[in-house]
Design a protein around this ligand. Sequence first.
Ligand code: PLP
Length: 392
Amino acid sequence: MSTIYLDNNATTRIAPEVLEEMMPYLTDLYGNPSSMHTFGGQLHRKVEQARGKVASLLGAEPEEIIFTSCGTESDNAAIMSAVESHSRKKHVITTRVEHPAVLNFCKHLARKGYRVTFVPVNHLGQLDLDFLFKSADDDTAVVSIMFANNETGVIFPVAEIAERLKERDILFHTDAVQAAGKLSIDLKSLPVDMISISGHKLHAPKGIGVLYVRKGTRFSPFVIGGHQERGRRAGTENVASIIGLGKACELADKFLHEEATYLKTLSDRLETALLSCCPDTRINGDVENRLPNTTNISFEYVEGEAILLRLNEFGICASSGSACTSGSLEPSHVLRAMGIPYTAVHGSIRFSLSRFTTNQEIDTVIQVMPGIIKELRELSPFGREKFFCPPD
Ligand code: PLP
């Protein structure tokens, strides 16, 4: 049975071109770019070329790019740097729907005595901008708001937020882990101070991330040690993965618009078909402002985990909530923050597509899904009343 992989917001397949580019650096060219000898030293140039490609995808300068180990590290490093370099400021603003990489780091800061504001969203997952701007004050060290949500794909108005925070001289970090490579990001015209991205979400390997820090922004390193990354992130460079990420960014840059159109066509078709052939379904999130590859659908009166298990029998990989929280039966904090009723939250499934998703794969999902939902609803001894629903 072949795998139909529709869980690309969790991780993506390494593109063959990326792997090809990396192979020499995983085998024969294993030197350390900091070495004085040519064998190692020659890798320095390759790392810098990759930095240039990453910068180009973001409209940044190469020296503004810091390689890290993952999106989580980039998020932690950005927020930590902001609070450390503005040590008199004790307030941090984020949202209720961030990935745990930001959310839990901010909760950690709250336990350390920082005042943390979690900006709410409405039923479509749109941010309460008034609340955000009213919360910001002279004590605010940083605002960290994601570019696009990993569970619903909802895109936040990062440009507007960045402009308004810049007017007030407040530092702004955005977690663009899900946006990079899917949406156009031009930091020449977008006044964000720091951005996080992660290789494995855009067809590069796992274990490589990027933190963009705008020139002139005060930066305090998170990982301290050697002089690598101009003293901003110590540790011997993950050379092969950096080179792979450079290639992945080059590909994303080249095919961004074409790919976005392809992904939107596929996910619209999937969504329309599932809504029409499965009763009691709803889309979660603002359909006008979404990543082109993501659809989050609630199949009411069914457990999301049961759907995933049945899909798995057909080789179909999807996700309920974020991968980091699946495994627990805690309802998605994102959907709960949107005020989605429990019955819908529990039956929510995220399909996230990639350039490798085919029309035939979408056809298969459309074919099997109505049967799965019907069967699971019939199996339920309590029918539509089976859920214990705590008051909203
Ligand atoms: N931020 C967002 C929005 C994500 O979706 C993820 C991963 O799912 C992360 C951060 C964490 O990235 P990484 O897995 O590279 O640590």
